[in-house]
Design a protein. Structure first.
Length: 95
């Protein structure tokens, strides 16, 4: 049980860090970011089957896109992927 708690705690920390970065890059408002965070916490806490076979970044990108569509925020999925790719490139020091 302890190992599962540590795993989910680390997963939540990683998701929060990545979400903060992508929301900053996409210039999303705080209320929009909060809505996305609530969706991610729900997925991680209550829908663990959605995590199996997926990277947490996929869940973040889909959550950002979903909230954007629901709130009529004008963004394409390609924009989200481009920002994630740029962030990954910067993290890896490839630029």
């Amino acid at each position: 049980m302890y190992q599962e708690e540590v795993f989910f705690r680390r997963l939540l920390c990683h998701a929060a860090f990545q979400l903060n970065n992508i929301c900053h890059e996409l210039h999303l408002s705080d209320p929009l970011s909060e809505s996305i965070w609530k969706i991610l916490k729900h997925i991680i806490s209550f829908e663990p089957d959605l995590i199996i076979g997926r990277h947490v970044d996929q869940l973040i990108m889909c959550s950002v896109y979903c909230v954007g569509k629901l709130t009529k925020f004008n963004m394409r999925f390609k924009d989200i992927i481009d920002k994630f790719s740029l962030q990954f490139t910067l993290d890896m020091g490839l630029l």
